[in-house]
Write a protein that binds this ligand. Structure first.
Ligand SMILES: Cc1cc2nc3c(=O)[nH]c(=O)nc-3n(C[C@H](O)[C@H](O)[C@H](O)COP(=O)(O)OP(=O)(O)OC[C@H]3O[C@@H](n4cnc5c(N)ncnc54)[C@H](O)[C@@H]3O)c2cc1C
Length: 419
């Protein structure tokens, strides 16, 4: 067995792991099981199409990180867009978010939404996500959009999610804002504008990776065992790496599974999440749509969201991503889903006999972790306990949370500065 040692051992070369290394600069090793860096922020280039692992757009709330993004990639290589997003509702496209645009519905549906919004029974505290939706928006808005859409995305009963399961990413709106929007459209959601590298999201990863010492990044290497007390890991290449600090970014449930003599077996099994099947589709002709992405709450349609790279990149052939949610234990029949997807795109009038000329698919597993208050507390407790032995688990999956790439960078940097 080969013996190595390092101060900072980082598991995973996604945006969290790379950002941590970029901050500490020295005395680190990154272990990455894939043959390339990037994790979920990777780009596929095929037959002239540029696709990500699901659309990965950059919505910055921190100027410092936005400036760095621009500096790393170069202004001339970045597209900045005001987002154009719609909801496909009963064969019509209406503006997103649904709750802010009920005045675009046909008259009776609008009246129902407005009536229920006005007469909703608001509470001081909500026990779960679904109860919060009913309490804040009333029956019609919930049952026409919020419930079916989120059930398709999360692939679970929304009563199993915490009221704050989506944190700042949920587009809250009160009656005044909804009524104001009927007269004058507001642009104040967290992601009204976004930036995107012309060469795909991975350009940012590549720019961070270029700043690291490549020999400290071990690709095609998988952590197989973690000894918390003696502070070492074992890899699939028969290496024993001792560390002072362990920074994990792999999914927390899988991390717990690898801990030797783990006290957390029960939690590891109970953690819930969905999988997302992503199709990237390239067609022969340009699309008729103008949108960047469209939300699809209709349960007769297999996907919950579709996006148009050609409208983001101003390219001349319809180039799409399609997202389909599944429960964690589902066996996914990719071929059947592709058939359904093409049928539904035609039915919606998106493809209109446009010929599919290239495609790829990815299964993101986990994709959205299911945040519920009981397990949230348990995860927090275990993370704190691990911190006592200089083990930190960060990132969207390492910390078992709902967050953006920017949040991952901020968290990784803060931790690097702290320790
Ligand atoms: C459908 C979807 C759409 C999204 N869209 C956006 C968006 O538009 N904008 C945005 O900001 N965010 C978006 N996100 C969120 C974004 O993907 C994540 O916040 C971010 O990529 C997480 O990065 P990470 O480094 O924490 O984890 P990851 O990218 O998952 O990296 C973890 C790394 O650990 C490696 N690993 C796992 N196990 C092992 C092991 N045993 N040994 C060694 N290595 C291992 C993995 O291979 C991986 O490279 C989206 C997420 C999903 C699911």
């Amino acid at each position: 067995m080969e013996n190595l040692n390092t101060k900072y051992l980082i598991i995973g070369a996604g945006i969290s792991g790379l950002s941590f290394a970029n901050e500490v600069k020295d005395d680190y090793i990154i272990i990455e099981k894939e043959k390339e860096v990037g994790g979920y922020c990777r780009t596929i280039k095929k037959d002239g199409y540029i696709w990500d692992y699901a659309g990965h757009f950059f919505h910055f709330k921190t100027n410092e990180i936005k400036d760095e993004f621009v500096e790393y990639i170069g202004k001339q290589n970045i597209i900045e867009q005001e987002k154009n997003t719609k909801i496909y509702y009963k064969d019509k496209l209406i503006n997103y978010p649904f709750q802010m645009n009920i005045h675009e519905l046909e008259k009776q549906e609008f009246i129902d939404c407005l009536y229920d919004l006005y007469n909703k029974e608001e509470k001081e505290n909500y026990n779960n996500f679904l109860e919060m939706l009913y309490g804040k928006f009333g029956k019609s808005i919930v049952e026409k959009f919020l419930k079916p859409y989120n059930e398709k995305l999360y692939a679970c009963n929304l009563e199993n999610l915490d009221k704050d399961a989506m944190g700042r990413f949920f587009p809250y709106a009160n009656i005044k804002e909804i009524i104001d929007n009927m007269k004058k459209e507001q642009h104040n959601s967290y992601n009204d504008r976004f930036l995107y590298p012309k060469d795909g999201a991975q350009s940012f990863i590549d720019a961070i990776y270029d700043r690291l010492e490549k020999e400290k990044v071990m690709l095609n290497t998988e952590i197989k065992q973690i000894n918390e007390n003696e502070k070492y890991v074992i890899t699939n290449r028969n290496q024993k790496i001792t560390f002072e600090y362990l920074i994990n970014t792999m999914p927390f449930n899988k991390f717990l599974e690898l801990l030797e003599n783990s006290k957390y077996k029960k939690l590891e099994k109970e953690l819930s999440y969905n999988q997302v099947l992503v199709f990237n589709l390239g067609f022969r002709e340009k699309s008729m749509n103008k949108e960047h992405w469209i939300y699809v709450p209709d349960k007769n349609i297999n996907f919950y969201r579709i996006g148009f790279y050609d409208n983001i990149l101003s390219s001349d052939k319809l180039s799409m991503y399609i997202e389909i949610g599944f429960p964690k234990e589902a066996k996914i029949n990719v071929e059947e889903q592709l058939k359904m997807t093409l049928y539904n795109l035609e039915k919606m009038g998106v493809t209109k006999n446009n010929e599919l000329v290239s495609y790829s698919y990815i299964i993101m597993n986990p994709a959205y972790v299911h945040i519920d208050s009981k397990h949230n507390e348990m995860v927090k407790g275990v993370l704190e306990k691990l911190n006592e032995t200089n083990i930190y688990s960060i990132g969207r999956y390492g910390a078992w949370t709902y967050c953006s790439m920017e949040d991952c960078i901020v968290e990784a940097r803060k931790l690097a500065q702290k320790i």
